[in-house]
Design a protein around this ligand. Structure first.
Ligand code: 5GP
Length: 190
């Protein structure tokens, strides 16, 4: 349970591909501007159209990312879908927590497990689709991945869905406004 008015707390949002994490997080940022710190991850994947370096992600090369791992600058990192590196820069997270701001990490299952092991007080939230068929429909509908990439992501999604019970909370993302309200309640945002 989250204590009413709890401030400096680390929240982790995970969930399978195309479940709508980005949309829900965007909605949370728009509804509660400045009330929490949304971590900006580092990644070695290519930017998608419209993504801005330093806002969507810190886009970097493999050697740059490996340097960041070696220097201990990441709270967690993983190779997502067996391909690209993704990781959470540690300093901005700690700084926001020091300032008393709730922090939200939107990361994959492997990352969530690492953070929970390092920071057992982190509150983990799993975003679930209403059904498997709906997940497939959302992934195909957004059309940002090749069919080969879609298969890879759906494969990962099966493993992730099986791990949902490891999380402190499971939230079904049916309608974005309702999901946003549920997350805000969990994070103590008002
Ligand atoms: P996408 O390429 O669609 O932006 O993200 C792919 C996956 O990477 C998503 O499941 C997302 O949660 C995960 N991800 C994004 N940033 C991080 C991070 O910093 N660490 C980890 N472990 N996973 C991340």
């Amino acid at each position: 349970m989250v204590a009413a008015g709890s401030a400096a707390r680390l929240f982790i949002l995970s969930g399978p591909t195309a479940v709508g994490k980005g949309t829900v997080v965007g909605s949370l940022c728009a509804t509660f501007p400045g009330e929490f710190y949304l971590s900006v991850s580092a990644t070695t994947r290519d930017p998608r159209p419209g993504e801005v370096d330093g806002q969507s992600y810190f886009f970097m090369t493999n050697p740059q990312f490996e340097q960041l791992i070696e220097s201990g600058g990441l709270l967690e990192w993983a190779r997502v879908h067996g391909k690209n590196y993704y990781g959470t820069p540690a300093d901005p997270v700690d700084e926001a927590l020091r300032q008393g701001k709730p922090v939200l990490l939107e990361i994959d299952l492997a990352g969530a497990r690492q953070v929970k092991a390092k920071r057992p007080d982190a509150h983990t939230i799993f975003l679930k689709p209403p059904s498997w068929e709906e997940l497939v429909r959302r992934l195909q509908g957004r059309g940002t991945e090749s069919s080969e990439e879609q298969l890879l992501r759906l494969n990962t999604a099966r493993t992730e869905l099986a791990a949902a019970t490891e999380f402190d909370e499971i939230v079904v993302n049916d309608e974005v406004p309702a999901t946003t309200a549920q997350l805000a309640k969990i994070m103590g945002l008002r």
